[in-house]
Design a protein around this ligand. Sequence first.
Ligand SMILES: [Zn+2]
Ligand SMILES: [Zn+2]
Length: 415
Amino acid sequence: MQINAIRGFSDILSEDAALWAEMENLAREVFGLYGFEEIRVPIVERTELFKRTIGDTTDIVEKQMYTFTDLKGDSLTLRPEGTAPVVRAYIENKLYTVPVQRLFYFGPMFRYERPQKGRYRQFHQIGAELLGELAPSSDAEVIQMLEIYLDRLGLKDKTIEINTLGCAACRPAYRDALLLFLKDKVEDLCENCQRRVEKNPLRALDCKSAKCIEATQNAPSTIDHACAECSEHFNGVKDTLEKMAVTFEINPRMVRGLDYYTKTAFEVTATGLGAQNSVAAGGRYDNLTKELSGPEVPCFGFAIGFERLAMLLNKENFNKAKKVVLIALGDDAVTAALKKGGTLDTLREAGLRVIFEHSEASVKSKMKKANKLGADYVLIIGEDELKEGTVTFKDMEKGEQVKTQLSDIIKMVKA
Ligand SMILES: [Zn+2]
Ligand SMILES: [Zn+2]
């Protein structure tokens, strides 16, 4: 019997993989301009890392983690997000001895969710973390970096939403106000939120269930309960974003699905994805390093969902390299093509993407094959061409054919 991939796990085939590579390359370029450097962290971590950081009562930890016991009996988890592993690595490798670290990462994350369009159980993220900056202008700079990245990818119609989630000083009072508000609405919440409302009432605000969205419609806002320090920070972020001409909206309902966020939280949404309209999200997490027994370091970061972003981009804008198929007829022509410094070497050194047709078929069936391979141009070298020092060049789209010098062909393909 044929063996297929697991539900929610998908193959990234060449067309998408080419787009993904472009997305990664551009992230390296743009994030690099802001001083960010790449870090690669493991895919598997101790389960405790995620329980302590993301929060025991979040959907991720309660229901979505791929947790297993290894042969030694340790509880391990496939990472459901990238921030906790990066912060773990930051502490373990004492990266805090440098006052500010700017790190980015790519890679797969795993959550046991119901698969749907743009949402998979193995999904991929590009993330960036700025560790060691407290100033509100640093939040704004990271948001600007993300905006520029998405702009350069050609993502249209996006909205940046920001909110403040408060800090250890003002969060308890907000929590009380929210609990008071939810007190006579507990019955209206989904089962999950009913169960955890006492422990973590904030979760009802980002619960996707229609019941919870309805019930929390007029919930008190974190902005109204922010302490002086949090308000000042939030104003600083807004001021800087305005100076940078980064357009944003304030969304007092946005709380994010992880417990570690403090102060600024933000989300980038885009049209064209239906209900699942979040492309990237992040925020400030000033207590996370301490939570993991490291020194107290203020941090800010975000993650972009690869699959969702890829769905919104026009694939045709990427992977522009033309495909050339080279057909050689007869032993001498094959040698002329394959030998060191031969036709193939010349074309590839010129930067052309060339596929050599290896089969010993007739020119007609070789042409058919080139067509099926999606060739933009076909080059043919036969006995005549060898004698004349020319190559036959066929533009597959236009159907035009000429016999000319290889150097002219390189010019034509590149133009
Ligand atoms: Zn506060
Ligand atoms: Zn709920």
